[in-house]
Design a protein around this ligand. Structure first.
Ligand code: MG
Length: 340
């Protein structure tokens, strides 16, 4: 197999603010794997929070190219070699993983969801995310997103109440909130009990990633389900967090791709956890890869491609929030030929 890589930038339509930082662009990387005249595509969306940058992705891909071997179907062997060669670097590994699934789907002429035995009609609705802004701007964005039946609202600021009040005045959508580790356990209990009046579906990651005692305390003192994101990165995290949360948010860029995400899904189910699949700021390429797994899960937050101006690809589409998987072989992603 031959690997080629190409960096590309995604430009956010509007600055994307969460409790700990603000993002204007995403420095992503395309990985292409060629084998017997067929090419599979994957994408890395490195996140500084998980110790990755575009430069580390490029270096990782160069290093791991030697571990790919000659058989794209030997996924288990390939990922064993890759993980032995280098720890961490999950978004770089995810790009290779996606390219492999895309490649073998194309070689077999089946979409990835079929390769996995899944039913495309079973995809859930995705939420549409609104970053932290003024109450007026957040309400304006909620109104503009009225085609999406589920909104995910970023919280973890002193203005959460005013922000949700303004959004609720213009929207009847299902609302889930994400604090991105902003609160201490006591602050979380106070904030969540106060915000519960706005009829929320669940709260994502109220406290620091490693504060599992705090997480448990919060869960026992609020009326809403808790979903972990920053606390549940890989499959090994699931048994640790299982008693402290109602569910986990899986991201390809945290766990290393579809192969590892599938393991997480099955382990999470064995622990009676709800499962969400989320994303970073990604193009339709990586979003579509994640979407192929969504017939297996409860909640989708696959909107990274909807938040950018210059998505270079076409893949999964979203109709009234419903994820519609493409029918083409592999990931079913093609290059965009018309302007957005
Ligand atoms: Mg989150």
């Amino acid at each position: 197999m031959k690997l080629s890589v190409k960096p590309f930038d995604l430009k956010l339509t509007t600055p994307f603010r969460i409790s700990r930082h603000v993002q204007y662009t995403a420095a992503n990387v395309l990985a292409q794997l060629s084998y017997e005249g067929v090419t599979g595509m994957g994408e890395a969306a490195p996140s500084e929070h998980y110790g990755e940058y575009r430069e580390t992705v490029l270096a990782t891909l160069k290093l791991l190219e030697n571990e790919l071997g000659d058989d794209p179907f030997a996924l288990d062997d390939i990922f064993k070699r890759i993980n032995r060669a280098l720890r961490l670097n999950p978004s770089a590994k995810a790009a290779l993983d996606m390219a492999l699934y895309d490649l073998i789907g194309k070689l077999l002429n089946v979409p990835v969801y079929k390769l996995l035995g899944l039913n495309a009609a079973q995809t859930p609705l995705t939420s549409f995310t609104i970053g932290i802004d003024t109450p007026e701007n957040m309400a304006r964005k909620a109104l503009a997103a009225r085609d999406y039946p589920i909104l995910k609202i970023k919280v973890g600021t002193p203005n959460d109440r005013a922000n949700l009040k303004a959004i609720r005045e213009v929207s009847n959508a299902v609302i889930r909130v994400d604090a991105n580790t902003a609160w201490s356990p006591k602050e979380a209990v106070r904030a969540i009990n106060e915000l519960a009046e706005f009829d929320l579906e669940f709260v994502e990651q109220p406290v620091a990633p490693h504060d599992l005692a705090g997480l448990k305390y919060v869960r026992e003192h609020v009326p809403l389900p808790i979903i972990t994101d920053e606390s549940s990165i890989t499959v090994e995290d699931i048994p640790r967090v299982a008693a402290c949360t109602d569910g986990i948010n899986i991201k390809l860029m945290k766990c290393g791709g579809l192969y590892h995400a599938l393991k997480m899904i099955h382990v999470a189910r064995a622990h009676n956890l709800k499962i969400m699949i989320g994303c970073m700021i990604e193009s339709s390429l990586a979003i579509t890869a994640a979407a192929h797994l969504t017939p297996l899960i409860d909640y989708a937050d696959l909107d990274g491609h909807l938040l950018v101006d210059n998505d270079p690809y076409v893949g999964v589409s979203v109709e009234q929030g419903k994820l519609i998987l493409p029918e083409g072989p592999g990931l079913g992603v093609t290059e965009r030929t018309t302007a957005m």
